[in-house]
Write a protein that binds this ligand. Sequence first.
Ligand code: SF4
Length: 355
Amino acid sequence: MKKQYIIPIFVPHLGCPNDCTFCNQTKISGQQKQVTENDVRDIIDYYLSNFKEKDTYKEVAFFGGSFTGIDVETQNKLLGAAFDYIKEKKIDGIRISTRPDYIDKPTLKRLKKYKVKTIELGCQSTNDYVLKKAKRGHTFDDIKKASKLIRRYRFTLGHQMMIGMQDSSEKDDLQTAKDLAKLKPKIVRIYPVLVIKGTELEKEMKDGEYEPLDLEKAIERCKEITYYFNSKKIKVIRIGLQTTDTICSPEKEGSEVVAGPYHEAFRQLVESSIYYDIIIDKIKKININIKEVEIRVNPQDINNVVGYKRKNIEKLKDDYDVDVKIEQDIKCQPGKIEVKPLKKYKEFKDDEEEI
Ligand code: SF4
């Protein structure tokens, strides 16, 4: 499979008459001005000249707002600018993100003309009460209708969901994942809610009506949901908002994040926590008291096995008194690990006695 390059173009708040309580779109996208077709060309040229590998799949991604909510003329100008590069065979496709209630047949037919391949729906939750509380202005029914239509028109369907929305319990978040999976997206993004400066959610938090998830809880919820999507063969392409100059630690100067489970390596924390569970599971299956294990892993998974700042290795030592030797093995299937006992606890004791 070819390596994939994404050329992200942020279209902040354009066309969005909604005011979701958690959103201040101009701040999330880190810019205030509206994007023009010249900007689109400049951004694409910039990225193309910086890509190292040439034989790759390149996609322009209009993120940030509700793309199909922008006035049609502007949409067509932005899409047209990107489409020129498709005609010149410099890029391979376009993806957009939008709201479920901004999808209909004429819109999809128009997007087809510009070779849009992927449509990501900002669903956030499938619980109508939670959606209403966040003032999303659409329902689960809108998500179902839009998803079916997108698949019928043979676009790649993507879903974005949030965890830790106001009044959304752990069960509700998992139920959202289950409901979305039934609509057969190919890809999903999972975003823990962060409280952004100037949003209604910030006010609600200050008034004591909203309490953001702490980091540990957010990791746990994302872990369960990632497990679930993995089990349904739905690719989780992002966990956590991308760090920018303004979406960063609340302690950092210029950060627009006031509170919430922000971490610069959020995805790694979730994935390495999944690997930790897998390691423990495998050790328990060996069913002997183990002192030292060898873990064989594909080089691309090594960071997740070791954990952020070696957390998994230290936790194995602290919680189970197990030492770990890691071997990188290109023959190991990515995503799979092999755990082999090196020293049983009894042998270790015998060694100690000999000394
Ligand atoms: S619909 Fe999207 S862009 Fe508009 S306010 Fe809600 S989250 Fe922000």
